[in-house]
Design a protein around this ligand. Structure first.
Ligand code: ATP
Ligand code: MG
Length: 574
């Protein structure tokens, strides 16, 4: 219920249209109420008294009433759909904003497909609820109220008798409503599972095919699909039971009317026309009750989705700006890592009491076995995660005290695998600095040793790449990433295994581009191949989350420790 009120807040900007829509609905459904009145006059006046004038009047008024009804019906459909669709668009936007702000930790724990499901399936469910249900709810509600008023006017005793069944209907709706909502929640969860599986197996189709696991994937899909079917059928069971139950109760009411109303006509207490009109209203009443019960069922279904949406919107954004965060000024690039301990899960530490200091313009390298915590350090500097204890300072500013945007704008990252967007080469590089001119983009590409291959592409810089377009090789992608970083022109640079996916030939080209990029910037380089870091100002050997050795290449060799050992392994067979 609380979430329902929150959803209604999204309607607030459209209150004007909403008011107009209500007027249209009231007028359009008011026309429906006219029909039984015609029947009454037909029976009591035209047929019983042979009143020709009345017949003419009735004929003209039918045409007029339905013409008016048509106009307002159009207004009602258009306006309600407008509001519903607007709300859906707004909710979708709010969710998208939320996901853009969510901390890295969220994306570590949740599958892409699950996240996508919120935006597609759950938003889709409220779309159905709002657009279709809102129209029906108000129309049927108006007809319901109008019918009751007319019935009271025609015969209030009979009306009260009829309305005895209403609490029963309410009771049935409440019981079924709960079941429908809980089963709907399961459906939405199962839908998210299907979307996750879909996303995963399609985006990893290379792995699937290389292991010839198509059959396995199909079987996995069948299982999820089947689970979704079962959850849906459970829901269908309750929604399908709700309508007949309510209808049966309505039939009871009609029976009451037929008997007592008939009794009243026989005894001359009301006219035959009145009873027929009354019955028509009562049947009219049964329709909205039946439909409202169905709407109620669908609404419960949608509320399950709404609950999920608000659950996501309420998730904490653990890494965000402090209220008094300041803009980080143009930095020199002095970095100090002070007593930093960090844990991803709160259980075991990925980094423990790490201390080091880097001067502006220096090149720092991290080496060490897999899982040692090298990438973790690289993740903490742009504040993808917050340190558990200790502090990271840039030019003396604790990075938690400055605005995240102003921090990340000054840090460039070249990851092991570069993701490109499905747009042109030009736009992909421009992602590094959105307001860069074409000339600046081209200069960056040249500096990154990327110009050669770009010019050989079918449309040069305007070639479409990524998802649907042409694919680039690993080395070409890395050079695109370097060009992006060049364009961004950050004072601090992080290269996490930027060349490790490449063969020696393209590694040379990429390394040359990287050397160019690192000039004059504080650079953190993570590398498995020691040859790329011989020239580092300082090398840190990380093991099990701790710095175990540090020094220049020469100093570390002389130490005869872990580094020497790594060196011997890599260069023993040369
Ligand atoms: N997103 C994450 N969530 C939870 N634990 C993580 C996450 N990323 C890394 N870890 C854990 O933290 C530890 C350090 O990982 P990290 O990625 O920093 O290692 P690494 O030194 O970069 O290794 P590699 O050379 O293989 O890239 C590992 O034990 C790893 O399992
Ligand atoms: Mg790593």
């Amino acid at each position: 219920m609380k979430n329902y009120k929150r959803l209604l807040k999204y309607i607030k900007p459209y209150l004007g249209r909403f008011g107009l829509a209500i007027i249209c609905i009231v007028v359009a459904s008011g026309a429906n109420l006219y029909l039984p009145w015609i029947i009454k006059d037909m029976i009591d006046k035209v047929l019983a008294e042979r009143d020709m004038a009345m017949l003419n009047f009735i004929s003209v008024s039918i045409v007029v009433v339905f013409a008016i009804r048509g106009v307002f019906y159009y207004g009602q459909s258009y306006l309600v759909s407008y509001i519903g669709q607007r709300v859906v668009v707004d909710v979708r936007e709010v969710m998208f904003r939320k996901f853009q702000r969510m901390p890295m930790a969220y994306f570590d724990k949740h599958q892409t497909g699950e996240t996508m499901s919120y935006l597609t399936n759950d938003v889709g469910a409220i779309q159905a609820a709002l657009v279709d249900n809102l129209i029906e709810m108000f129309t049927e509600g108006a007809i319901l109220i109008g019918s009751v008023v007319m019935m009271l006017y025609l015969d209030w005793k009979l009306t009260l008798l009829t309305l005895i069944t209403v609490p029963l209907v309410g009771f049935a709706m409440k019981i079924f409503g709960k079941k429908i909502k809980s089963t709907s929640r399961v459906i939405q969860e199962k839908l998210a599972d299907i979307t996750s599986l879909l996303q995963e197996s399609i985006s990893s189709i290379r792995v699937v095919k290389s292991f010839v696991r198509e059959k396995y994937e199909i079987e996995r899909f069948i299982v999820e699909n089947e689970l979704n079917f079962r959850a849906t059928m459970k829901n269908v069971q309750f929604t399908s039971l709700l309508t007949p139950t309510v209808e049966f109760l309505a039939a009871l009411a009609v029976t009451l009317i037929v008997w007592f109303g008939g009794y009243e006509v026989v005894n001359g207490m009301i006219t035959a026309g009145s009873l027929v009109a009354f019955l028509t209203y009562a049947v009219n009443l049964a329709n909205p009750i039946k439909r409202l019960s169905r709407i109620y069922g669908r609404l419960q279904k949608a509320m399950a989705a709404v609950d999920r949406i608000f659950f996501v919107l309420d998730l904490p954004e653990t890494v965000n700006d402090k209220p008094n965060a300041i803009e980080l000024p143009q930095i020199k690039g002095n970095v100090s890592v002070e007593n930093v301990t960090f844990s991803y899960d709160g259980a075991h530490n990925a980094l423990e009491k790490v201390n080091f200091e880097v001067k502006s313009g220096q090149m720092i390298a991290f080496v060490g076995p897999s899982g040692a915590g090298k990438s973790t350090i690289a993740n903490l500097i742009p504040r993808f995660y917050d340190v558990t204890s200790g502090a990271i300072k840039i030019d003396g500013y604790d990075i938690r005290d400055v605005k995240i945007d102003s921090l990340r704008e000054q840090i460039g990252i070249v990851p092991q695998e570069t993701l490109l967007f499905s747009t042109t080469v030009m736009e992909n590089i421009r992602y590094g600095r959105l307001n860069a001119t074409d000339e600046e983009v081209i200069a960056a590409a040249r500096a990154a040793n990327a110009e050669n291959f770009i010019l050989e592409l079918p449309n040069g810089y305007e070639t479409q790449i990524g998802e649907r377009g042409l694919n680039l090789s690993g080395g070409q992608r890395q050079r695109m990433a370097i060009a992006r970083a060049m364009l961004k022109n950050p004072q601090i640079l992080i290269l996490d295994e930027a060349t490790s996916a490449l063969d020696t030939e393209s590694e040379k080209i990429v390394q040359a581009a990287l050397d160019e990029l690192m000039k004059g910037r504080t650079s953190f380089v993570i590398a498995h191949r020691l040859s790329t870091i011989f020239s580092a100002d300082k090398i840190f050997v990380i093991d099990k989350g701790k710095i175990c050795e540090s020094g220049t290449h020469k100093e570390l060799l002389a130490l005869n420790g872990v580094y020497r050992n790594l060196y011997n392994i890599q260069f023993s067979n040369i």
